[in-house]
Design a protein around this ligand. Structure first.
Ligand code: BGC
Length: 757
């Protein structure tokens, strides 16, 4: 490894400024005289999009394996498998001379309308963080870097370059940052990519609190921060905020601005040096991995098939699946011939090969007769004759397999979805086919939930196959024929309808701002709190076997937050085929000073069980499993009290609940001040002790005034309740004649007691 400090000492100001901006669409600026090489980055995240011409953003890329996109990956709930896929991505990066792969995307799914949700994992920060860390660790184990993106609160494509996400501090820390925090701490990505958007009025690229205070100082991120492509507006302000590397380049004007700012004294050269140091560290780290060679195209295609099969979620099954030797199969839908396996935009991969779903079926269908018709066009036009043709095929067959792909004009990077609907033709097709064929299986290819109310009831089975990667056609066949027992579980709630979704009345915002008014309540946190029925809950998915949970245990009934807890449960495969189960642990705080969601995922494990086999699953819970972020303390805190540990197979299927008592190790200062109400004084442990006698006297005085809760007829209200919402000072002022000291002195004295003790 080069001596970075000595190199920085030898670099001219101009060279340093140039290093902090790209030399092309995909490379850093080399400094040949000092032996500083160029580093090459490529998109990501579910394949390597290596564009041969480094000055071109959009040109076709070299062939690489296209794996399923993040919505699918998260549905696998299988961190080890994602890690294995990461290793393959690392190998392909090396073969294609890529130093850093631009991914994973780790933004939260705030609204299903976000056109780019297919590139993100989940509506839950815990699951997203674990998945992102798994992928990063897999890729980086090969000596190739990653870029965790888009940091942060990039939750819609609508006005994505400029919109300001108006999000309160607690929500930011509990919902929009933790998935990044986990990925940074567990995965140690070489780079983090800042988002285009603003947060509370400040561009992420200029957000010092985000990039420096939180990411670098608090979380200990040691890599470099790169801008999303074109996210820098003021290069000097961005450097000061902690944005090390601006992309794409070259941007001579910005380089000059940095040089001038240092010369004029408006930018401390030490700030520039720090960015240079971070960039050089990564550039030389990348250079340690020799590039070139080949990757195993067939092995990676097979891996992509295995991954895709594990991502598929069986949403409905009346028993028609797995297919039992049908003699005549009607295959309907153009996605059966032309696999819809990825989304549009910067993640678009040039696949090494593509499994044709129809041909893959044929290989497993034995001698069954198979017929095909396209069913719907790729645009939004209405083609009744295609539906008629499909009906004819379906009624003559034993079973109809309907391959329905959400077209790219309905879902892509760069723009949001107009609605949650399939096309009118697709809905008409499903309705018509299910009318004549009771054994109709719908196979969906999409990156985010669709509204199914119009047709779900008539179907026999539904498979959510996501944007399944190039080998997904084979994975679908595997699941349909029972070669693979489906084990995907939803990583996001499927609502019944758009107007039920959490961000509905705030999305997409106006006048350049979008209010995150639903706060902490996204995904199942919202549906649970509202007690809203959903189409399919978070964590849900069917399979071809059954599991039984027994013997739930917690390691202690009473525990200290810093010690944490271990939860265990026995799981038995009570069916006839091997299968995989995802055991999920949620935590519910029975009482907290600040409102909390009804339950939050804090642990999960995926296990494989043979028929009749039992395994004991153990899941650790730590301080953070019970804590919440309190903006008044600017930190994660725990409070003494009871928590329910919920063990189940989805957010809605919780067979066991164990109550435990937490003892907080924190000795937090009291937050009581002049405006604190009597309720707050009584709720505060120190306040309660100090204020108790004064409160008693206040109540007695209320009685002598004939206005107590025992004698409330005078004003027709419960006076205790009335007092609770008032600060002591206000009551004392009403009662001044009964006290021997001025009201404000009494309050000052009480405040001194709680803050000095
Ligand atoms: C996308 C990033 C991508 C970059 C480079 C941007 O428009 O938001 O995810 O890595 O382009 O292609």
């Amino acid at each position: 490894m080069a001596d970075i400090n000595s190199l920085i000492g030898q670099m001219t100001l101009e060279e340093k400024a140039a290093l902090c901006t790209g030399a092309s669409a995909w490379t850093t600026t080399p400094v040949e005289r000092l032996g500083i090489p160029a580093m090459l980055v490529s998109d990501g995240p579910h394949g390597v999009r290596r564009v041969p011409d480094i000055h071109s953003m959009g040109a076709p890329s070299l062939p690489a394996t296209c794996f399923p996109t993040a919505s699918g990956l998260a549905s696998s709930w299988n961190v080890d498998l994602i890690h294995e896929m990461g290793q393959a991505l690392g190998e392909e990066s090396i073969a294609l001379h890529v130093d850093v792969l631009l991914g994973p995307g780790n933004n939260m799914k705030r609204t299903p309308l976000c056109g780019r949700n297919f590139e993100y994992f989940s509506e839950d920060p815990f699951l997203s963080g674990e998945m992102a860390a798994g992928l990063i660790n897999g890729i980086q184990s090969k000596g190739v870097g990653t870029s965790l993106k888009h940091f942060a609160a990039n939750n819609q494509e609508y006005q994505r370059f400029v919109i300001s996400a108006e999000v309160d501090e607690r929500t930011l820390h509990e919902i929009y940052l933790p998935a990044f925090e986990t990925a940074v701490k567990k995965g140690k990505p070489w780079t983090v990519m800042c988002a285009y958007n603003k947060i509370n009025g400040t561009y992420c690229s200029e957000h010092r609190e985000l990039l420096t205070e939180i990411l670098k100082n608090e979380w200990g991120f040691e890599g470099l921060v790169v801008s999303d492509w074109g996210a820098v507006h003021d290069r000097v302000a961005a450097l000061k905020a902690g944005l090390d590397w601006q992309m794409p380049g070259p941007r001579e004007q910005d380089v000059r601005a940095v040089v001038e700012a240092v010369r004029s004294g408006s930018l401390d050269e030490a700030v520039l040096d720090e960015s240079v140091r971070r960039i050089l560290n990564i550039v030389f780290k990348a250079a340690e991995t020799p590039k070139g060679g080949e990757f195993d195209v067939d092995a990676h295609h097979e891996l992509a098939r295995r991954v895709a099969a594990e991502c598929i979620v069986l949403l409905k099954n009346n028993g028609v699946l797995p297919l039992a030797n049908p003699q005549h199969i009607a295959v309907i839908g153009q996605a059966a011939r032309e696999a819809h396996f990825q989304g549009g935009g910067s993640s678009h991969i040039n696949p090494t090969k593509v499994a044709v779903p129809f041909s893959e079926l044929q290989q497993l269908a034995g001698n069954a007769e198979m017929t095909y018709t396209e069913g719907y066009p790729t645009d939004d036009s209405s083609r009744p004759e295609l539906i008629e043709e499909a009906v004819k095929l379906a009624q003559d067959a034993d079973v109809a397999l309907l391959y329905i792909a959400l077209p790219s004009f309905k879902e892509s990077e760069g723009y949001d979805r107009p609605d949650l609907e399939l096309t009118e033709q697709q809905v008409g097709l499903i309705k018509a086919v299910t009318t004549v064929q009771s054994k109709t299986v719908v196979i969906l290819n999409n990156g985010a939930p669709v509204d199914m109310r119009a047709w779900l009831d008539q179907t026999a089975a539904v498979l959510e196959a996501w944007m399944m990667g190039q080998a997904g056609g084979g994975a679908i066949a595997d699941v349909l024929f029972g070669k693979v027992n489906p084990s995907g579980r939803l990583a996001e709630t499927f609502s019944l309808k758009l107007s039920d979704t959490p961000a509905h009345i705030n999305y997409p915002g106006w006048n350049g701002k979008v209010s995150y008014g639903e706060g902490l309540f996204i995904g199942y946190r919202y549906y649970d709190a509202r007690e809203l029925p959903v189409q399919f809950p978070f964590g849900y998915g069917l399979c071809y076997t059954t599991f039984q949970y027994d013997n739930p245990k917690v390691s202690a009934q009473k525990f200290k937050d810093t010690d944490g807890l271990t939860v265990s449960v026995d799981v038995t495969n009570t069916g006839n085929v091997a299968g995989k189960e995802v055991v999920q642990v949620y935590v519910h705080d029975q009482k907290s000073r600040l409102i909390r969601p009804p339950k939050e995922l804090k642990g999960f494990v995926k296990i494989e069980l043979q028929p009749g086999e039992t395994k004991t699953v153990t899941i650790p819970l730590d301080f953070r499993s019970f804590a919440y972020y309190n903006p008044a303390y600017k930190q994660w805190i725990t409070e003494d009290g009871d928590f329910d540990i919920l063990i189940g197979s989805s957010s809605a299927d919780i067979p066991f609940s164990e109550t435990v008592t937490l003892e907080s190790s924190l000795n937090l200062p009291s937050l009581l001040d002049h405006e604190s109400t009597i309720r707050e004084w009584l709720d505060d442990p120190k306040g309660n002790v100090a204020f108790g006698p004064t409160y008693e006297k206040m109540r007695q005085e209320m009685k002598t005034l004939g206005t107590s809760d025992e004698d409330s007829d005078g004003v027709g209200m419960d006076m205790t309740g009335f007092m609770m919402e008032m600060p002591p000072l206000s009551i004392l002022q009403f009662q001044q004649r009964s006290w021997d000291r001025p009201a404000h002195e009494i309050v000052e004295d009480l405040l001194r007691q709680v803050h000095n003790s």
